[in-house]
Ligand binder design. Structure first.
Ligand code: NAI
Length: 323
């Protein structure tokens, strides 16, 4: 029988014990790379592979056409916008993601960003450490709203959006949301009030983005949307960078037309040299790290490795995506 091959195209995990054990149990060869993401290189690396595991690699029609018959593609994580799922269906390639490895951690990080920007944590720190006096009066950086007076606006009410809602409601905030495909029952159970997009922009003190990146949501938060937000509003994005026009966001916050930015995801990662976000005021950036805790990382790799083993054994997948 032909030796089966599992290819990991790109990853930066501290170790791959789960993957190594799963491949060994299924008698498959494991090929590991850390940085192969561009179509041509991915196609070359994965030609004839039975399983491809990826973080951000481009899994295009051409890549899919080169895989072994009945191959499986496993996305390490939730969003799968770099995979052509329709082409996969045409080629008989199964695709799955790992939707449930760390939504709590992403929600924790989102709320941390929102509150840190609202409470001006970085600015206080900078003023204490960089000013001659070594101090700053609390009210010098005001006004700062009480969290219990804040209207928190979610864009997207899936698993992460709802977990964010539960957390900020515990702080006493009111939660409103825009989501054209909302699960009305689940949303009501979290005490979230659904609104249309314009109402959300107009009313929210914090706009928090939790939708998938699709052609429909690309630049959903553009210059027009930001102009409709309150001048004091804070924009938080831990979903995907391209949901927000980040240049327009940097301009708006620099011109005082937005209250602050908390961004874990950017349109280009790493952030380009000279990008206006590098010098934007009242802005906190984290490096696509919202998913990361020791627990979520373990879950992510274990769940993905288990899918790999199921794929190699020809069993049904736990989280197969269907178009
Ligand atoms: P989910 O699939 O559970 O929820 C997405 C929600 O967005 C759904 O309720 C859906 O109806 C809604 N939605 C779809 N189109 C919309 C539109 N046009 N406008 C408003 N809402 C819309 O996804 P989940 O797990 O909650 O993930 C949310 C986001 O977080 C995704 O973009 C995902 O890629 C991202 N993510 C980011 C991580 C990070 O480390 N920063 C880690 C994990 C996920």
């Amino acid at each position: 029988m032909r030796a089966r091959r599992v290819v990991i195209t790109d990853q930066s995990f501290p170790g791959l014990a789960h993957e190594e054990r799963a491949a060994a149990r299924a008698g498959a060869e494991l090929v590991v790379r850390s940085d192969v993401t561009a179509e041509a290189e991915v196609a070359e690396l994965t030609a004839g592979a039975d399983v491809v595991m990826l973080a951000y690699a481009e899994i295009t029609d051409r890549v899919l056409a080169g895989l072994a018959e009945g191959a499986t593609v496993i996305r390490y994580g939730i969003g799968y916008e770099t995979i052509d799922v329709e082409a996969a269906a045409r080629h008989g390639v199964r695709v799955c993601n790992v939707p449930d490895y760390g939504a709590d951690t992403v929600a924790d990080h989102t709320v941390m960003l929102a509150l840190a920007v609202l409470r001006r944590v970085a600015d206080y720190h900078a003023r204490i450490t960089a000013s001659e006096s070594g101090w700053v009066s609390a009210t010098d950086l005001g006004p700062i709203a009480a969290v219990s007076d804040v209207t928190y606006g979610l864009v997207g009410t899936g698993q992460i959006g709802r977990k964010v809602a539960a957390r900020v409601r515990a702080f006493g905030a009111e939660v409103i949301a825009y989501d054209p495909y909302a699960d009305a029952e689940a949303v009501a159970a979290e005490g979230i009030t659904l609104t249309d997009f314009d109402t959300l922009l107009e009313c929210a003190d914090i706009v928090s983005v939790h939708a998938p990146l699709t052609p429909e949501t690309r630049h959903l938060i553009d210059a027009r949307a930001m102009a409709a937000m309150k001048d004091s509003a804070i924009l938080v994005n831990t979903a995907r960078g391209a949901l927000v026009d980040t240049r327009a966001a940097a301009e708006a916050v620099s011109a005082g037309r937005l209250g602050g930015l908390g961004l874990d995801v950017l349109e280009s990662e790493p952030l380009e040299e000279g990008h206006p976000l590098r010098t934007a005021p009242r802005t906190l950036l984290t490096p696509h790290a919202a998913f990361y805790s020791e627990r979520s990382l373990t879950n992510l790799q274990r769940f993905a490795a288990e899918e790999m083993e199921r794929a190699l054994r020809g069993e049904s997948l736990r989280c197969q995506l269907r178009r």
